[in-house]
Design a protein. Structure first.
Length: 261
């Protein structure tokens, strides 16, 4: 199972949309996909029809269950090959509860190892703040996606994310391969084009050469509780994420070959 994390230290940049859309595209290709909602806001959980304030097992349960059965905690969706490990609003209390307990940075990695034969991909939707949840996601992932809204303020979050990646690389056995993905790009505005040029100037080697455009179909798909690739297969957003997926599959395969070669 390949684990992709979707993270940025700024909200509203398209993390949940990116994770859900890529998961939908992968599932349509026949891959078995597990979505993991690690954000206390539970946007992905709500997107797919579950209540982050409801009862039942969630990511929060895993942090307190120790060796609990992950397969029993995972929930199905109405889409073939697509399952979800839901969030709970109680996740917001983890940093205070866990403090500096040893081993709590590897809870997700250990949990996912239990179901590594059941899925081809796991996509982790991360919170926008640095804490035990983001550390867990970065420790568990094989590849990191950093969605960045094409505007000036979002670049500040990207700078913070780059510092976090550098910090995590010191703790991991191998650096985290990552790809910066420009999102919510509006060709009509000068601010968007300037932000994109800024990203190219500062992060050219790690920047995807495409863009995810503004598309009202994302909002409509979210309202319908469906990945956009199911809801509007020919939408601009669907086509853009399809191109991103092709790039990711090639890049992740290349990094895997380098790591094992």
């Amino acid at each position: 199972m390949r684990v992709w994390a979707v993270s940025n230290q700024k909200g509203g940049v398209g993390k949940t949309t990116t994770a859900v859309t890529l998961a939908g595209l992968l599932s349509q290709r026949g891959y078995r996909v597990l979505l993991v909602d690690m954000d206390p806001h539970g946007s992905m959980t709500s997107y797919l029809g579950y209540d982050p304030e409801g009862d039942g097992s969630s990511i929060y349960s895993l942090f307190h269950a120790g060796s609990g059965s992950v397969s029993a905690m995972v929930r199905g969706t109405r889409f073939d090959n697509l399952s979800i490990f839901t969030a709970s609003t109680a996740l917001a209390t983890l940093d205070r509860q866990l403090g500096t307990q040893d081993g709590k940075g590897l809870v997700i990695a250990r949990g996912l190892s239990q179901v590594s034969e059941d899925y081809d991909f796991a996509l982790l939707d991360c919170p926008p703040t640095l804490g035990v949840l983001m550390v867990n996601a970065l420790a568990a992932c094989h590849y990191l996606l950093v969605p960045v809204q094409s505007e000036f303020l979002a670049l500040k979050g990207l700078d913070r994310m780059m510092r976090t990646i550098s910090m995590m690389n010191h703790a991991r056995m191998s650096p985290i391969p990552y790809l910066i993905v420009p999102t919510l790009y509006d060709r009509r505005t000068r601010a968007a084009s300037q932000a994109l040029e800024n990203m190219k100037a500062r992060y050219a080697q790690a920047l995807w050469n495409g863009i995810i455009p503004v598309d009202t179909q994302f909002r409509e798909a979210s309202r319908a509780g469906s990945p956009i690739s199911y809801f509007a297969p020919r939408a601009r957003g669907t086509l853009a994420y399809s191109e991103l997926l092709e790039a990711l599959l090639s890049l992740d395969k290349l990094d895997l070959e380098v790591a094992t070669g």
